[in-house]
Design a protein around this ligand. Structure first.
Ligand code: FDA
Length: 286
Protein backbone atom coordinates (compact mmCIF):
# COMPACT_ATOMS: atom_id res chain seq x y z
CA UNK A 1 0.00 0.00 0.00
CA UNK A 2 1.93 2.98 -1.19
CA UNK A 3 1.74 6.73 -1.16
CA UNK A 4 -1.53 8.60 -1.13
CA UNK A 5 -3.78 5.58 -0.45
CA UNK A 6 -1.71 4.53 2.50
CA UNK A 7 -1.89 8.09 3.88
CA UNK A 8 -5.68 8.27 3.48
CA UNK A 9 -6.28 4.86 5.00
CA UNK A 10 -4.00 5.69 7.90
CA UNK A 11 -6.13 8.78 8.54
CA UNK A 12 -9.20 6.58 8.90
CA UNK A 13 -7.35 3.95 10.91
CA UNK A 14 -6.13 6.57 13.38
CA UNK A 15 -9.46 6.46 15.18
CA UNK A 16 -8.77 2.85 16.23
CA UNK A 17 -5.00 2.87 16.67
CA UNK A 18 -2.65 5.15 18.58
CA UNK A 19 -0.02 5.35 15.83
CA UNK A 20 2.98 3.36 14.66
CA UNK A 21 5.29 3.66 17.67
CA UNK A 22 5.02 2.82 21.34
CA UNK A 23 5.51 6.50 22.10
CA UNK A 24 2.13 7.07 20.39
CA UNK A 25 0.52 4.36 22.55
CA UNK A 26 2.01 5.75 25.77
CA UNK A 27 0.74 9.20 24.81
CA UNK A 28 -2.75 7.84 24.22
CA UNK A 29 -2.67 6.00 27.57
CA UNK A 30 -1.72 9.29 29.18
CA UNK A 31 -4.64 11.08 27.50
CA UNK A 32 -7.07 8.32 28.49
CA UNK A 33 -5.92 8.47 32.09
CA UNK A 34 -6.89 12.14 32.27
CA UNK A 35 -10.44 10.93 31.52
CA UNK A 36 -10.08 8.18 34.17
CA UNK A 37 -10.00 5.48 31.49
CA UNK A 38 -7.13 3.03 31.88
CA UNK A 39 -5.07 1.89 28.90
CA UNK A 40 -4.35 -1.63 27.68
CA UNK A 41 -1.41 -1.30 25.30
CA UNK A 42 -1.12 -3.79 22.44
CA UNK A 43 1.54 -4.03 19.77
CA UNK A 44 -0.21 -4.99 16.53
CA UNK A 45 0.87 -8.10 14.68
CA UNK A 46 0.24 -11.81 14.91
CA UNK A 47 1.30 -15.12 13.37
CA UNK A 48 4.98 -14.18 13.55
CA UNK A 49 7.18 -17.05 12.42
CA UNK A 50 10.58 -15.49 12.06
CA UNK A 51 12.87 -15.59 15.09
CA UNK A 52 13.75 -11.92 14.60
CA UNK A 53 10.10 -10.82 14.55
CA UNK A 54 9.28 -12.78 17.69
CA UNK A 55 12.34 -11.48 19.50
CA UNK A 56 11.62 -7.91 18.38
CA UNK A 57 8.01 -8.08 19.65
CA UNK A 58 9.13 -9.50 23.02
CA UNK A 59 11.86 -6.88 23.39
CA UNK A 60 9.42 -4.13 22.46
CA UNK A 61 6.91 -5.23 25.12
CA UNK A 62 9.70 -5.19 27.71
CA UNK A 63 10.60 -1.67 26.61
CA UNK A 64 6.93 -0.62 26.90
CA UNK A 65 6.85 -2.07 30.44
CA UNK A 66 9.96 -0.08 31.33
CA UNK A 67 8.42 3.09 29.94
CA UNK A 68 4.89 2.64 31.30
CA UNK A 69 4.51 4.75 34.38
CA UNK A 70 2.21 2.13 35.89
CA UNK A 71 1.35 3.72 39.25
CA UNK A 72 0.38 6.96 37.54
CA UNK A 73 -1.32 5.65 34.40
CA UNK A 74 -2.74 2.43 35.90
CA UNK A 75 -2.34 0.91 32.48
CA UNK A 76 -1.32 -2.57 31.43
CA UNK A 77 -0.38 -4.53 28.29
CA UNK A 78 -2.05 -7.21 26.18
CA UNK A 79 -0.04 -9.73 24.18
CA UNK A 80 -0.89 -12.15 21.38
CA UNK A 81 0.60 -15.64 21.81
CA UNK A 82 1.54 -15.99 18.12
CA UNK A 83 3.37 -12.68 18.31
CA UNK A 84 5.58 -14.25 20.99
CA UNK A 85 6.25 -17.37 18.95
CA UNK A 86 3.33 -19.77 19.53
CA UNK A 87 2.78 -20.57 15.84
CA UNK A 88 6.45 -21.57 15.61
CA UNK A 89 7.33 -23.29 18.86
CA UNK A 90 5.44 -23.69 22.17
CA UNK A 91 8.64 -23.57 24.22
CA UNK A 92 9.70 -20.29 22.60
CA UNK A 93 6.26 -18.83 23.36
CA UNK A 94 6.40 -19.85 27.02
CA UNK A 95 9.95 -18.53 27.37
CA UNK A 96 8.99 -15.13 25.93
CA UNK A 97 5.79 -14.94 27.96
CA UNK A 98 7.82 -15.67 31.10
CA UNK A 99 10.23 -12.82 30.24
CA UNK A 100 7.32 -10.39 29.84
CA UNK A 101 5.19 -11.51 32.79
CA UNK A 102 8.09 -11.67 35.25
CA UNK A 103 9.27 -8.21 34.21
CA UNK A 104 5.72 -6.85 34.48
CA UNK A 105 5.35 -8.52 37.87
CA UNK A 106 8.46 -6.79 39.19
CA UNK A 107 6.98 -3.45 38.06
CA UNK A 108 3.45 -4.14 39.33
CA UNK A 109 1.95 -4.24 35.83
CA UNK A 110 -0.82 -6.56 34.66
CA UNK A 111 -0.52 -8.64 31.46
CA UNK A 112 -3.52 -9.82 29.44
CA UNK A 113 -3.13 -12.72 27.02
CA UNK A 114 -5.34 -12.29 23.95
CA UNK A 115 -7.11 -15.36 22.56
CA UNK A 116 -6.48 -16.02 18.86
CA UNK A 117 -7.70 -18.65 16.35
CA UNK A 118 -8.92 -22.07 17.55
CA UNK A 119 -5.66 -23.86 16.67
CA UNK A 120 -4.00 -21.98 19.55
CA UNK A 121 -6.74 -22.20 22.19
CA UNK A 122 -5.52 -25.33 23.98
CA UNK A 123 -1.91 -24.20 24.37
CA UNK A 124 -2.96 -20.65 25.27
CA UNK A 125 -5.22 -22.11 27.98
CA UNK A 126 -2.70 -24.68 29.29
CA UNK A 127 0.12 -22.19 29.52
CA UNK A 128 -2.19 -19.66 31.19
CA UNK A 129 -3.15 -22.13 33.93
CA UNK A 130 0.55 -22.83 34.58
CA UNK A 131 1.50 -19.15 34.63
CA UNK A 132 -1.42 -18.24 36.86
CA UNK A 133 -0.14 -20.69 39.50
CA UNK A 134 3.10 -18.71 39.56
CA UNK A 135 1.99 -15.11 38.88
CA UNK A 136 -0.98 -13.05 39.98
CA UNK A 137 -0.55 -10.35 37.31
CA UNK A 138 -1.85 -12.35 34.34
CA UNK A 139 -5.30 -12.63 32.75
CA UNK A 140 -6.69 -14.33 29.66
CA UNK A 141 -9.35 -13.55 27.04
CA UNK A 142 -12.20 -16.06 26.61
CA UNK A 143 -14.39 -16.00 23.49
CA UNK A 144 -18.14 -16.57 23.90
CA UNK A 145 -18.45 -17.79 20.29
CA UNK A 146 -16.28 -20.85 21.08
CA UNK A 147 -18.33 -23.91 22.03
CA UNK A 148 -15.59 -25.08 24.45
CA UNK A 149 -15.47 -21.82 26.44
CA UNK A 150 -17.82 -23.02 29.23
CA UNK A 151 -15.23 -25.63 30.26
CA UNK A 152 -12.34 -23.19 29.88
CA UNK A 153 -14.06 -20.65 32.14
CA UNK A 154 -14.40 -23.27 34.89
CA UNK A 155 -10.74 -24.30 34.56
CA UNK A 156 -9.65 -20.68 34.91
CA UNK A 157 -11.93 -19.98 37.86
CA UNK A 158 -10.59 -23.12 39.57
CA UNK A 159 -7.13 -21.50 39.70
CA UNK A 160 -8.53 -18.05 40.60
CA UNK A 161 -7.59 -16.80 37.15
CA UNK A 162 -8.67 -13.47 35.64
CA UNK A 163 -10.96 -13.62 32.63
CA UNK A 164 -11.61 -11.00 29.97
CA UNK A 165 -14.86 -12.08 28.32
CA UNK A 166 -15.17 -11.18 24.59
CA UNK A 167 -17.38 -12.42 21.76
CA UNK A 168 -14.51 -13.56 19.48
CA UNK A 169 -13.09 -12.06 16.31
CA UNK A 170 -11.82 -14.89 14.08
CA UNK A 171 -13.54 -16.63 11.21
CA UNK A 172 -14.02 -20.18 12.52
CA UNK A 173 -16.00 -23.20 11.39
CA UNK A 174 -19.45 -23.96 12.87
CA UNK A 175 -18.34 -27.18 14.56
CA UNK A 176 -16.02 -25.07 16.75
CA UNK A 177 -17.98 -21.85 17.21
CA UNK A 178 -21.54 -20.58 17.44
CA UNK A 179 -22.22 -18.69 14.23
CA UNK A 180 -25.54 -17.03 15.00
CA UNK A 181 -25.30 -13.67 16.73
CA UNK A 182 -28.13 -14.71 19.10
CA UNK A 183 -26.23 -17.85 20.19
CA UNK A 184 -22.96 -15.95 20.70
CA UNK A 185 -24.80 -13.37 22.82
CA UNK A 186 -26.64 -16.07 24.77
CA UNK A 187 -23.38 -17.83 25.56
CA UNK A 188 -21.83 -14.48 26.55
CA UNK A 189 -24.68 -13.96 29.05
CA UNK A 190 -24.34 -17.51 30.36
CA UNK A 191 -20.55 -17.25 30.85
CA UNK A 192 -20.90 -13.77 32.35
CA UNK A 193 -23.32 -15.12 34.99
CA UNK A 194 -20.85 -17.87 35.96
CA UNK A 195 -17.99 -15.35 36.13
CA UNK A 196 -19.99 -12.94 38.32
CA UNK A 197 -20.89 -15.84 40.63
CA UNK A 198 -17.40 -17.27 40.99
CA UNK A 199 -14.88 -14.66 39.79
CA UNK A 200 -13.16 -12.10 41.96
CA UNK A 201 -11.47 -9.92 39.37
CA UNK A 202 -12.46 -9.95 35.72
CA UNK A 203 -13.30 -7.87 32.65
CA UNK A 204 -16.43 -7.64 30.53
CA UNK A 205 -15.11 -6.59 27.11
CA UNK A 206 -17.93 -5.61 24.78
CA UNK A 207 -19.57 -2.57 23.19
CA UNK A 208 -22.94 -4.31 23.16
CA UNK A 209 -25.34 -2.17 25.18
CA UNK A 210 -27.63 -5.06 26.12
CA UNK A 211 -24.70 -7.02 27.59
CA UNK A 212 -23.29 -3.94 29.34
CA UNK A 213 -26.68 -3.41 31.03
CA UNK A 214 -26.78 -7.08 31.99
CA UNK A 215 -23.32 -6.78 33.55
CA UNK A 216 -24.48 -3.76 35.58
CA UNK A 217 -27.47 -5.77 36.85
CA UNK A 218 -25.21 -8.69 37.76
CA UNK A 219 -22.78 -6.41 39.58
CA UNK A 220 -25.67 -5.04 41.67
CA UNK A 221 -26.75 -8.59 42.46
CA UNK A 222 -23.21 -9.67 43.45
CA UNK A 223 -21.82 -7.05 45.81
CA UNK A 224 -19.19 -9.58 46.95
CA UNK A 225 -17.34 -9.37 43.62
CA UNK A 226 -14.04 -7.65 44.51
CA UNK A 227 -13.49 -5.85 41.31
CA UNK A 228 -14.46 -5.96 37.67
CA UNK A 229 -14.03 -3.61 34.78
CA UNK A 230 -15.56 -2.81 31.43
CA UNK A 231 -13.16 -2.98 28.53
CA UNK A 232 -13.71 -1.51 25.08
CA UNK A 233 -11.58 -0.82 22.05
CA UNK A 234 -10.01 2.56 21.37
CA UNK A 235 -12.24 4.74 19.17
CA UNK A 236 -15.43 2.75 19.75
CA UNK A 237 -18.22 4.05 22.02
CA UNK A 238 -15.93 6.63 23.61
CA UNK A 239 -18.88 8.54 25.08
CA UNK A 240 -20.24 5.40 26.73
CA UNK A 241 -16.86 4.77 28.37
CA UNK A 242 -17.05 8.15 30.09
CA UNK A 243 -20.65 7.61 31.23
CA UNK A 244 -19.63 4.34 32.86
CA UNK A 245 -16.71 6.08 34.58
CA UNK A 246 -19.12 8.76 35.86
CA UNK A 247 -21.37 6.01 37.21
CA UNK A 248 -18.42 4.70 39.22
CA UNK A 249 -17.39 1.77 37.04
CA UNK A 250 -13.83 0.99 36.18
CA UNK A 251 -13.20 1.23 32.43
CA UNK A 252 -10.16 0.32 30.34
CA UNK A 253 -9.59 0.77 26.65
CA UNK A 254 -7.51 -1.39 24.36
CA UNK A 255 -4.89 0.80 22.67
CA UNK A 256 -3.32 -0.89 19.64
CA UNK A 257 -0.29 0.55 17.92
CA UNK A 258 2.32 -0.55 15.41
CA UNK A 259 3.00 -1.01 11.76
CA UNK A 260 0.41 -3.77 11.41
CA UNK A 261 -2.45 -1.24 11.64
CA UNK A 262 -4.10 -2.10 8.33
CA UNK A 263 -5.19 -5.69 9.17
CA UNK A 264 -6.54 -4.56 12.53
CA UNK A 265 -8.43 -1.59 11.07
CA UNK A 266 -9.94 -3.77 8.33
CA UNK A 267 -11.40 -6.00 11.07
CA UNK A 268 -12.94 -3.00 12.88
CA UNK A 269 -14.29 -1.62 9.59
CA UNK A 270 -16.06 -4.79 8.54
CA UNK A 271 -17.49 -5.28 12.04
CA UNK A 272 -19.75 -2.29 11.65
CA UNK A 273 -21.34 -1.06 8.41
CA UNK A 274 -21.23 2.64 9.32
CA UNK A 275 -17.42 2.44 9.29
CA UNK A 276 -17.46 1.67 5.56
CA UNK A 277 -19.25 5.00 4.99
CA UNK A 278 -16.68 6.68 7.16
CA UNK A 279 -13.93 5.23 5.00
CA UNK A 280 -15.66 6.23 1.76
CA UNK A 281 -16.23 9.77 3.01
CA UNK A 282 -12.61 10.12 3.95
CA UNK A 283 -11.41 8.78 0.59
CA UNK A 284 -13.47 11.32 -1.34
CA UNK A 285 -11.92 14.01 0.77
CA UNK A 286 -14.77 15.09 3.08
P1 FDA B 1 -20.85 -6.56 18.49
O1 FDA B 1 -19.84 -6.72 17.41
O2 FDA B 1 -22.10 -7.37 18.43
O3 FDA B 1 -21.21 -5.02 18.59
C1 FDA B 1 -22.15 -4.52 19.51
C2 FDA B 1 -22.33 -3.03 19.27
O4 FDA B 1 -21.10 -2.35 19.56
C3 FDA B 1 -22.63 -2.65 17.83
O5 FDA B 1 -23.99 -2.73 17.54
C4 FDA B 1 -22.09 -1.24 17.78
O6 FDA B 1 -22.98 -0.36 18.40
C5 FDA B 1 -20.86 -1.33 18.61
N1 FDA B 1 -19.66 -1.69 17.81
C6 FDA B 1 -19.00 -2.86 17.83
N2 FDA B 1 -17.93 -2.85 17.00
C7 FDA B 1 -17.93 -1.63 16.44
C8 FDA B 1 -17.08 -0.99 15.48
N3 FDA B 1 -16.02 -1.62 14.96
N4 FDA B 1 -17.38 0.28 15.14
C9 FDA B 1 -18.44 0.93 15.66
N5 FDA B 1 -19.28 0.38 16.56
C10 FDA B 1 -19.03 -0.88 16.95
N6 FDA B 1 -11.41 -10.90 20.27
C11 FDA B 1 -10.73 -12.06 20.26
O7 FDA B 1 -11.07 -12.97 19.49
N7 FDA B 1 -9.67 -12.24 21.10
C12 FDA B 1 -9.27 -11.29 21.99
O8 FDA B 1 -8.32 -11.50 22.74
C13 FDA B 1 -9.99 -10.07 22.02
N8 FDA B 1 -9.63 -9.06 22.86
C14 FDA B 1 -10.44 -7.96 22.99
C15 FDA B 1 -10.16 -7.00 23.98
C16 FDA B 1 -11.03 -5.94 24.19
C17 FDA B 1 -10.74 -4.95 25.27
C18 FDA B 1 -12.22 -5.83 23.37
C19 FDA B 1 -13.21 -4.73 23.60
C20 FDA B 1 -12.45 -6.74 22.38
C21 FDA B 1 -11.58 -7.79 22.16
N9 FDA B 1 -11.81 -8.73 21.15
C22 FDA B 1 -11.08 -9.90 21.14
C23 FDA B 1 -12.77 -8.43 20.05
C24 FDA B 1 -14.13 -9.03 20.29
O9 FDA B 1 -14.07 -10.44 20.18
C25 FDA B 1 -15.17 -8.48 19.28
O10 FDA B 1 -14.77 -8.80 17.99
C26 FDA B 1 -15.39 -6.99 19.35
O11 FDA B 1 -15.32 -6.52 20.68
C27 FDA B 1 -16.79 -6.61 18.81
O12 FDA B 1 -17.78 -7.29 19.55
P2 FDA B 1 -18.83 -6.59 20.56
O13 FDA B 1 -18.81 -7.39 21.83
O14 FDA B 1 -18.56 -5.19 20.73
O15 FDA B 1 -20.24 -6.90 19.92
Amino acid sequence: MAGMWSGLLFRVAKQWIAGESYEDALKRAQESSTRKVRGIINLLGEESTSTQEVEAATAEYIEVLNRLDAPKLQSCISVKPTQLGLSKDKAVYRYNLERIVSKANSLGIFVWVDMEGHEYTTETMDSYIEFRRKYDNIGIAIQSYLRRSGEDVIRILDVNGMIRLVKGAYNESPDIVYKKRSEINQNFSKLMRIIFERGKWFAIATHDEKLIKEAIMLSNAHPTVDDFEFEMLMGIRDKRKLELVDQGYRVSEYIPYGKGWWAYSKRRMTEHKSNIFLLARSLIGD
